[in-house]
Design a protein around this ligand. Structure first.
Ligand code: SF4
Length: 345
């Protein structure tokens, strides 16, 4: 009887290392399906990953694991990196979910583009072992780029893949990977890094505000999305104002109007869409209207008419300096300042 073709599922960001890991498998005649994980903070339909998958000739599947991923962001077993990134738990979860999909895709094992020592905290040998354990995927997890430096995996032991044809890359330099792209004729690969908002310092600070306010929950995911695209002001505990920066931002705020407690938008003077989320006092709503005036075409220097919850409202000229000062205060997100502002209210 002809032996079934061995198949692997690959964690696939579209980045160089995940591309090379797939290439190494293909060279051994292993069929690969690329899984691109989608969370609130990374992944999702993207042209680059699709182009790379096309170039490699592999099937690309988007795997939405937002809810489960948010749980590990909130309570990671192995803690977070420099920012809100729970890399060990995040990788483990990807492997775990991929493991649950093996049957669906009739695949035999899982690969990733992890490189030993590439990230000092999350890709040292101890971290890689932790990922293996926490994911529950044990020996069915292969890191082709560093495999020769790691304990032998089941697919190698069973002869599904030849360990000798795997690599022994270690460390942060990508020189060898670059050489391999030439050898394999891979072109237009995306530059390394980027893509995960949890490693972004400013975004992480804002998320930590939601965490402190106990809003880092699935039901409030619109806040995480607005934070990506609109200016954020925190007026107090669980009180956020999002101001669209451009058309895209304005549309996003409007998209969440059902979730908002108040919406401010232009009437006759062009200006941003502003969403107020939380239990606001009259004077705070008034202040948000002044924010509109400041960000409008007349920059607070003329009387403006706007729509507050669809009712026309007129705002006189504002003291621009004072309003800008308040904006800076409400935008400050470091803990000490935040508490100061909050205690004032
Ligand atoms: S950088 Fe982001 S996507 Fe990558 S493992 Fe860390 S948390 Fe997950």
């Amino acid at each position: 009887m002809e032996r079934k073709k061995i198949k692997a599922l690959a964690l696939f960001s579209g980045g160089l290392d995940s591309v090379l890991a797939i290439k190494l498998m293909e060279k051994q005649g292993i069929e690969v399906i690329a899984l691109n994980f989608v969370s609130y903070f990374f992944g999702g339909k993207n042209e680059k990953a699709e182009k790379m998958a096309n170039q490699l000739g592999v099937q690309l599947e988007y795997i939405d694991f937002k809810t489960r991923h948010l749980e590990v962001v909130k309570e990671p077993v192995y803690g977070r990196g420099k920012n809100m990134n729970p890399c060990i738990d995040c990788h483990s979860l990807m492997f775990k979910v991929a493991g649950e999909l093996l049957e669906k895709y009739e695949a035999d094992f899982i690969i990733s583009g992890e490189v030993l020592g590439q990230r000092p905290m999350s890709q040292n040998s101890q971290a890689l072992e932790r990922v293996k354990e926490l994911s529950g995927m044990g020996d069915y997890l292969v890191r082709p780029l560093s495999a020769k430096l790691l304990p032998i995996s089941k697919p190698e032991e069973l002869g599904w893949i030849n360990r000798e044809l795997l690599l022994d890359i270690e460390g942060r330099s990508r020189k060898y990977q670059m050489e391999l792209t030439e050898e394999y004729g891979i072109v237009d690969y995306p530059s390394p890094g980027g893509g995960c908002l949890l490693t972004d310092i400013d975004y992480s600070k804002k998320l930590s505000v939601f965490e402190e306010d106990e809003m880092l929950e699935n039901e409030f995911n619109y806040l995480f999305n607005l934070t990506k695209i609109a200016r954020m002001f925190r007026f107090g505990e669980k009180k956020y104002v999002f101001v669209g920066r451009d058309n895209e931002g304005n549309h996003k705020v409007m998209e969440y109007q059902e979730k908002a407690d108040h919406i401010i938008r232009a009437f006759d003077t062009p200006g941003p869409v502003i969403g107020l989320f939380g239990d606001f006092q009259e004077e705070e709503i008034e202040l948000a209207c002044k924010f509109f005036s400041r960000y409008s075409k007349v920059k607070g220097k003329e009387v403006v008419s706007l729509l507050l919850d669809n009712q026309k409202k007129t705002i006189s000229t504002i003291d621009v300096e004072e309003i800008e000062g308040l904006m800076r205060e409400y935008q400050k997100i470091d803990k000490k300042r935040r508490n100061l502002i909050f205690n004032k209210r």
